[in-house]
Write a protein that binds this ligand. Sequence first.
Ligand code: HEC
Length: 114
Amino acid sequence: MSRRSKQVLAAVACAALGALAAGSAAAQNGAADGKAVFDKWCAPCHGDGPGKPGTNALQALYKGTKPALLEKRTDLTPDVVKTFVRNGVSVMPFFRKTEISDADLAALAAYLAR
Ligand code: HEC
């Protein structure tokens, strides 16, 4: 192998390693941030404001005895959150591990159960 192609190979290998390192750092940051997971996957239905099916359904279900917004609830445990997220309920879909990893779900559950 020529000196030149060795250099090219080494550069490619370094770039690949760099990309891997950046990817896992991003995954770790994401896993630590339950609010970011919520904003991405849950807020479209459980956010504040009009036309949010999750918020509307919980308003109808609890009629104000519990906050319709999940982020305002104080009675959610991590296990309850995980069960709903992995199984879904009514029109709420379940979420696969390829969508919300176990680490992301742990952060999300801790965020909502605070
Ligand atoms: C497509 C809209 C939709 C999405 C996305 C969604 N949900 Fe829901 N969720 C609902 C609806 C609607 C209900 C109420 C179902 C019912 O009538 O019991 C619900 C119910 C729940 C409940 C049960 C609350 C209770 O007291 O019964 C939890 C917990 C919950 N969602 C968590 C989440 C989390 C966490 C996410 C994000 C990972 C999420 N949901 C994403 C629509 C959604």
